[in-house]
Design a protein around this ligand. Sequence first.
Ligand SMILES: Cc1ncc(COP(=O)(O)O)c(C=O)c1O
Length: 367
Amino acid sequence: MSADPKPVASPLALARPEILDLKPYEHASWEPELERLHANELPWRSSGDVTAAGLNRYPEPQPRALVERLSSLYGVSPPEVLVGRGSDEAIDLVTRAFCHAGADSVIVCPPTFGMYAVAARIQGAEVVRVPLDAGRGFAVDERAVLEQSARRAGARPVKLVYVCSPNNPTGNLVEEPALLRLAEALAGRALLVVDEAYIEFSGAPSMARHVASCPYLVVVRTLSKAHGLAGARCGTLIAAPEIVALLRKIIPPYALTQPTIETVLAALEPDRLEAARRRVTLIRAERERLREALSACAGVVRVYPSVANFLLVEFQDASAAFARARAAGLLVRDVRAQPGLGRHLRITVGTPEQNARLVAALAHGSA
Ligand SMILES: Cc1ncc(COP(=O)(O)O)c(C=O)c1O
């Protein structure tokens, strides 16, 4: 007979008490069937306004149609969804709601995406670094994460643990069993925030389906990468409804602009989703071609395997490779400041023509 599952305290026990007590700003009520004389808007559209709803009107906060479409895209329920300006906003909100300035910490696992540490520093939270294990394909060092979180339980407790999967800039997936073990071990102590900005390129299932059974798991998704909508600024945080309700209290009342709402709703129509899937398939094929071609270039020490839309490449001389790409009109990302990546560049998979131009620029270098 299996034992009853241990009762787990609400994740809100970790949140800042003043945010729990906050009475949020009361935005103008959203009642589209009535005419609006309650929000000090102009009653006429400005010339050149091509939106369906009218730019003279404040947009719907947390637009219901958009929340529903995103929840169906990600296979979760609408109360588990918070939509904001890119995943950057999700990272900022969760940091502000859970980390007390000067009192709490977050764990980040470098080399990784820089915004987790920046958001923590802006909020006055301490940043604890637990490096990924380069010898094991940049796996998360679970033991070290749990040790750090246990060690700090008294002073400066760790409230958030960020894991990026697939990780930027290393391109590897963090194995799902490791993430589930971490979420379970951290429950009651810290939230595990899994950033899946590049998950569509990997073909792996999202951790979002575990949110309902793991109240301390937060998953962050974005339309910026696989959906080609970086300029629209639309990201989604998926978490227990009580966490989403808390973050809805602190997100600015009209975070998403009307053009973004309309653009994204159109992009989530079935034919557009199918087109996005086809582009992802193309990028995955190009990634493998580019990986092979770069591996054959003089001066390339190593091209790491990647399940994302970029490749991490170690060069004998990364500055020379960077300069050569630039001379060919191509910007690549210098990641040499990241721990353990002193000779590395991150290269986004481009069009077949761009990839061929890059390879031609690097092919004969002694870089
Ligand atoms: C791992 C990761 N997370 C989040 C983001 C930010 O994405 P968004 O455009 O949704 O703010 C990026 C952008 O490069 C990223 O690499």
